[in-house]
Design a protein around this ligand. Structure first.
Ligand SMILES: [Zn+2]
Length: 201
């Protein structure tokens, strides 16, 4: 578990508010905390918290840029690399408890984003070819035991209430996401709901 020092929070906050922009050590908090404290924080964020921070040496002074707000998932070390790379390519991995996805704002800390922790559902399986279904993802919020306060997994009923209240363009975004996640079911639903021929009566 990471130690979240004030410098870390500050540097992370600056990077997350300036996605894609190069920031110097001074503008990351160096003028308040000193250069080496900021460098330590950048190392902590990259090595322990999963944020991919690029160092741009071409800038003078060198600057640091965060391109993606979502931290890389943490993987149990016993998970084969092949499975790890397959999982990283999927962009719809969600927390198996609350449904949060990587990079969502952390509800308890606005300088932080949700990170996913991937491990085995039932310990490392004793087979030569473990599968994705042997793995589960838990988000940083659930992992820290805070999720039962606000992040209960929503029921279908609650989701529908929310979606019905949303404006049509947002509803269409939801539809697109569902269509890409469940292509087969979409086709089945579309064909079963085709308008029927006028009744015989
Ligand atoms: Zn969660």
């Amino acid at each position: 578990m990471h130690t979240d020092s004030l410098v870390c929070k500050t540097v992370r906050g600056h990077l997350l508010r300036n996605i894609g922009k190069g920031l110097s050590i001074a503008s990351l908090g160096g003028s308040d905390y000193g250069t080496s404290a900021v460098e330590d924080a950048i190392r902590e964020l990259s090595e322990s918290q999963g944020y991919v921070i690029e160092r741009l040496d071409a800038d003078t002074p060198a600057s640091f840029v965060l391109h993606n707000p979502a931290p890389l998932p943490w993987f149990d070390r016993s998970i084969p690399l092949q499975l790890v790379s397959t999982l990283i390519e999927q962009d719809d991995i969600a927390c198996s408890r609350c449904g949060a996805v990587s990079g969502e704002p952390d509800p308890y800390d606005n300088t932080r984003r949700v990170r996913l922790y991937i491990d085995w559902i039932a310990g490392e399986p004793q087979v030569c070819l473990p599968e994705l279904s042997d793995l589960r993802a838990i988000c940083s919020v659930c992992n820290e035991g805070a999720s039962n306060i606000t992040l209960q997994r929503p029921t279908a009923h609650k989701l529908l209430v929310q979606i019905r209240r949303a404006p049509a363009p947002d509803q269409i975004e939801v539809l697109k996401w569902l269509a890409s996640k469940f292509p087969k079911q979409m086709v089945e639903l579309a064909s079963s709901s085709k308008p029927k021929k006028p009744a015989e009566s």
